[in-house]
Design a protein. Sequence first.
Length: 200
Amino acid sequence: MNKIPFASFVTLLGKDKVGPWAYNDNLPALEMHRDWPLTTQIRHYVALCLDMIIVANQFLTEDDLVQMNNIDYETLSLNIQLSKNVTNNEKTIIFDDNIHSVCPDLAQDLIRSSMPRITYKDLSIPNQRTNEWLEIGDVVILNIVAQNYRGELHIITNKIKNDGIRNVVGKLAPEDLNFIPYLVSNRPFKFIGGNNHEKI
């Protein structure tokens, strides 16, 4: 607004980090960030479209710098924990960084990424892992029962009953549930994580 850059603080975790006060309780600008990993704090600010992100305490390690360098500062990134036995075809859809954006005709209980059903219309997606109930943060891909909608990816935003057309392929990491309000119409997004997390 008015072309005024907006900046905010992130914090390094750990009692060994140094700040301006004798007592160290981390230095986040947002209280919700106090115990979040550094990269999650930064990705949250990317979701909020901040212009500048400042690390409020010190000292950054080489690993911190590598992780910060690997963040996509242009696209909202969602950390996914993969379901057990997710297929390679489903992973292809999940981790295609150039395909996901929020469908403009917003649904009440889910966020739709509809382009995968076109790009991957020939992929085999049998119906499996069709949990009876879908919870907030579940990531699902429509299976062969959905016919021409097969391959479409959804992020569940309200608890709903599964009608058997959706395979549960993963779940957003707990902190990333806070990113859901920023998945607005036509906004691109991508998934990260997956194999680096405990499977559900």
